[in-house]
Design a protein around this ligand. Structure first.
Ligand SMILES: C=CC1=C(C)c2cc3[nH]c(cc4nc(cc5[nH]c(cc1n2)c(C)c5CCC(=O)O)C(CCC(=O)O)=C4C)c(C)c3C=C
Ligand SMILES: [Fe+2]
Ligand SMILES: [Fe+2]
Length: 343
């Protein structure tokens, strides 16, 4: 019997340093997130980052936490509930880190007789620190705990025409009452090294301004290419003039060079260029979370207005929008009836 597992990133159990610490420990000790050898990762994460970060992150989580819990979790649960109404198949939710794991999700499906799973990483783009780690974790759990289960994975869907339509309709809806002179597409950043590591050719991705627009098999796993492609597809779908649109990368940690341009620098640059009414969209996330609600909607607004901007809007993620839920329902239906996956 077929069933579906939706997977999102996960959140701490509460916005306190006590609960944020084990969550960050699991997250940052993932070798696909901090890709240093284990001994070095242990020193970096447990010896340095976890000494101070939990307090700082907990304070940020407190600013966005809802009475019903972490926005990312609450939104993912609302999405789950609505997706269930679109299909007869059992649908479960798993988180890559923190409570409500992928294993628990698969267990729930197995209890309902499922032995063929459609795994849906809730990320539009491929990155080793997001999409790939979900797939690898699910396959490891399957091999160890559910050897009779078969797992099929939904590909990164940033180019899917249905997805491009839903995202551009959402932007259109939110910009109805906001006069903007620029739209910034702010994607979660990753270290540049991750791009090179994910390049199967080992030679294509040079992050030189040209590789991401030169056709290559490397683009199947090039997060940078996929982000710029998302901006281009949405720009085209909305008929936006190119000088009103740009892309940037947020949420970097100190240390390595991360993908540029950095979102916080872009706020300043755009304001100084005279773009005073800014809309910001965060298409690396399908659900609002710490990185969108605190870093972009709160901190970003403050930074932009301080730099001389006069109006600012964060466009929410797709969350549990009905057209997004319906699209997920169509993808599930297609897989159930034909075994094929949307591209
Ligand atoms: C080396 C560090 C990190 C990489 C690489 C990274 C990639 C990455 N992350 C997301 C999605 C989310 N990240 C979120 C929070 C978050 N991310 C990092 C670090 C890396 N992410 C940290 C330390 C944190 C925790 C909070 C903090 O201390 O700042 C979230 C929000 C979770 C929530 O509970 O709301 C999401 C979602 C993607 C898509 C990605 C690669 C493309
Ligand atoms: Fe992250
Ligand atoms: Fe590239």
């Amino acid at each position: 019997m077929k069933g579906v597992l939706l997977v999102n990133l996960g959140s701490p159990d509460s916005p306190t340093p006590k609960d944020v610490k084990p969550y960050l420990d699991e997250f940052l000790m993932d070798g696909r997130v901090i890709d240093a050898p284990k001994w070095l990762r242990t020193i970096l994460v447990r010896g340095i980052i976890l000494q101070t970060r939990p307090k700082k992150s907990a304070a940020a989580y407190q600013k966005i936490w809802w009475d019903s819990g972490s926005p990312l979790i609450v939104i993912s649960e609302r999405f789950l509930k609505k997706v269930r109404s679109q299909t007869e198949l059992p649908v479960a939710l798993g988180m890559r880190y923190g409570s409500g794991s992928i294993e628990e999700g698969l267990e729930q499906l197995r209890a309902q007789g499922v032995d063929e799973v459609l795994l849906v990483p809730l990320y539009p783009h491929y990155a080793m620190s997001s999409y790939e780690t979900v797939v690898v974790d699910a396959l490891e759990v399957q091999a160890q705990k559910f050897p009779d289960m078969q797992i099929t994975t939904l590909p990164a869907f940033y180019r899917n025409p249905g997805y491009v339509k839903v995202l551009s309709d959402s932007i259109k809806d939110h910009l109805k009452d906001f006069e903007y002179d620029h739209i910034l597409f702010s994607y979660h950043g990753i270290p540049e090294r991750h791009i090179r590591k994910s390049d199967p050719t080992r030679f294509h991705c040079k992050i030189d301004g040209k590789c991401c627009s030169t056709n290559s098999v490397a683009h199947h796993t090039c997060y940078r290419h996929q982000c710029y492609d998302t901006t281009a597809l949405i720009t085209e779908a909305l008929g936006l003039p190119e000088d009103k649109v740009s892309s940037s990368f947020q949420s970097r940690l100190a240390g390595d060079p991360w993908l540029k341009p950095y979102t916080d620098y872009e706020f300043k640059r755009l304001a100084e260029e005279g773009k005073t009414r800014l809309a910001v969209i965060t298409p690396a996330f399908v659900s609002d979370c710490l990185e969108t609600l605190e870093e972009i909607a709160m901190e970003g607004k403050e930074d932009f207005l301080e730099a001389g901007g006069t109006a600012y809007m964060h466009i929410p993620c797709l969350n549990d929008r009905d057209d997004w839920v319906a699209l997920m329902g169509q993808w599930i239906d297609q897989w159930e009836k034909t075994g094929s996956l949307p591209v």
